[in-house]
Write a protein that binds this ligand. Structure first.
Ligand SMILES: *Cc1c(COP(=O)(O)O)cnc(C)c1O
Length: 345
């Protein structure tokens, strides 16, 4: 790995961040807060939230088994994705490499930041070798994006290949594990200590059932977390989100139950969809969705919309021609989809 200084945008490396009133104060014994120009009335909404979300991170560190200094919290994972560009890539100069097809935000954020995006096509099984990703890199490549389980394909990328990329790349590797709760693979966040160039993304939006509160996580070595904290908005995670996340973290077993139910339903849905005359191929998955190749994705998508049922049409995505991406819902929702598809002709 190159030094973190070499990998960081020079202005960001030198940046003195905004220091908020609540940043400077971190003791526990104060009684009177006259430092932040807040209104003393309208409790509990009158106070600024903890800019570094310490209580929440402490609890997360127990649940995720990652040291607190290695955790960044963002307004969705999307904030961490954008911060990776803003911290590490120079507009008009640097580039990033990513598997293709994958989650759309890596490219959108590259475009917003005026950074060249180099997609590397997966093979027919939606897999990739480390060598193909590394071959796409040059001295200006700062980040390699890997999503596993991958969206929209659903499969995991082989662990040995990911580790080989991480070990042999001089820049940073982001592994987006938004769907890892649905997979039996060992999560990459447990590899952080041996791999200083690894950044792992997690989210509250999928297995944790909290898409509405907008909370994403990045796990990385403390020096990378400090860079993210320097660049983020001072109060990027609002008080309501912090409280709701703590509430969700009280009962992680509930999440396990949801995941079990969704995996059972996933098996049932894949078996039933596989029997439909419109189905050409159901692809294997490790996520809470699956990809299915059908006779005519656009027509079937439009038909479903007419029935008030929305799936994701991925037919214009590379390698996904005539594919629909189907999220696993509850039993009733899943049955409605199956009934509609059975009536399609
Ligand atoms: C859904 C999803 C996310 C979640 O993004 P949030 O901003 O945390 O809601 C992240 N990465 C991938 C690949 C996803 O599919």
């Amino acid at each position: 790995m190159k030094s973190l200084e070499e990998l960081t945008r020079p202005n960001i490396w030198k940046l003195s961040p905004y220091s908020s009133a609540r940043n400077e104060y971190s003791g526990q014994k104060a009684r009177v807060f006259l430092d932040a120009n807040e209104n003393p009335y309208n409790q509990p909404f009158n106070r600024y939230p903890d800019p570094l979300q310490n209580e929440l991170k402490k609890r997360l560190s127990e649940v995720k088994k990652v040291r607190q200094e290695c955790i960044f919290l963002g307004n969705g994972s999307d904030e961490a994705i954008d911060l990776a560009y803003r911290c590490f890539t120079q507009p008009g100069i640097d580039n990033v490499v990513a598997i293709e097809p994958t989650y759309g935000m890596y490219k959108v954020c590259a475009d917003i930041n005026d950074v060249e995006y180099r997609p590397v096509l997966l093979d027919d099984h939606f897999l990739i070798t480390a060598d193909r990703l590394l071959d796409a890199c040059d001295s200006k490549t700062k980040i390699i994006w890997i999503c596993s389980p991958n969206n929209p394909t659903g499969n995991t990328i082989q662990r040995e290949e990911m580790l080989k990329v991480i070990d042999n790349f001089e820049g940073l590797v982001v592994v987006d594990e938004a769907y890892s709760d649905f997979s039996s693979e060992r999560p990459m966040r447990h590899e952080l200590h041996q791999h200083p160039n690894l950044i792992v993304l997690n989210t509250f939006s999928k297995a944790w059932g909290c898409a509405a509160i907008r909370l994403g996580m990045a796990f990385a070595q403390p020096a990378i977390i400090e860079l993210f904290n320097k660049v983020k908005y001072p109060y990027n995670i609002n008080q309501l989100t912090q409280e709701q996340a703590l509430e969700a973290l009280k009962d992680p077993y509930e999440v396990d139950n949801w995941v079990k139910l969704l995996l059972q339903e996933r098996t049932r849905m894949m078996q039933n969809v596989n029997l439909l005359p419109i189905t050409e191929k159901v692809y294997p998955t490790n996520a809470n969705f699956f990809l299915v190749k059908v006779t005519d994705a656009q027509k079937i998508y439009d038909y479903l919309v007419g029935q008030g049922i929305i799936v994701r049409n991925r037919t214009r995505v590379q390698l996904c021609q005539n594919c629909l991406r189907i999220t696993i819902g509850n039993k009733k929702e899943n049955n409605e989809l199956l009934a509609a598809l059975r009536q399609y002709e």
